[in-house]
Design a protein. Structure first.
Length: 139
């Protein structure tokens, strides 16, 4: 039995109930792969501007692919598109999950290759996933 539809539904319900925390500034990109890759290779999903001047914010949804799940450390390694509000190009790197983003069952159900969209903020100097949803199906 394929559990992915159940996983997607659980994530959707979690996201509906979650509120996005306040924005923070990013303080570095040390130890991440792919800094030399062009951002266009992993373009982010289109998102509406969060303010009238059309500046990027933590409200941007970033397209990503799960590369590794570390349930014990509450981390996901993602290949992600550009994160404009953190001045970070597309790359592959691990991200901490903010508390409450995914339940233990949801995190365990994730696997390498899953396509997701994330919202990321800097928390205590580390890029952190504050919201996660399944990526829309391709047309």
């Amino acid at each position: 039995m394929n559990r992915f539809p159940t996983f997607l539904a659980a994530i959707a319900l979690t996201l509906i109930a979650a509120a996005s925390p306040a924005r923070a500034q990013h303080q570095g990109h040390e130890g991440h792969e792919g800094h030399g890759q062009p951002a266009a290779a992993a373009a982010p999903a289109a998102a509406p501007a969060a303010s009238a001047d059309a500046t990027a914010s933590s409200q941007d949804w970033i397209a990503a692919e799960v590369r590794r799940v570390d349930a014990a450390q509450q981390k996901l390694t993602l290949k992600h598109g550009e994160i404009r509000h953190l001045d970070m190009p597309g790359m592959t790197m691990p991200f901490k999950l903010a508390p409450g983003v995914l339940s233990a069952a949801q995190l365990t159900a994730m696997k390498a290759g899953d396509k997701v969209e994330v919202r990321i903020e800097s928390r205590d100097g580390a890029p952190t996933i504050v919201e996660l949803r399944p990526a829309p199906a391709p047309n």
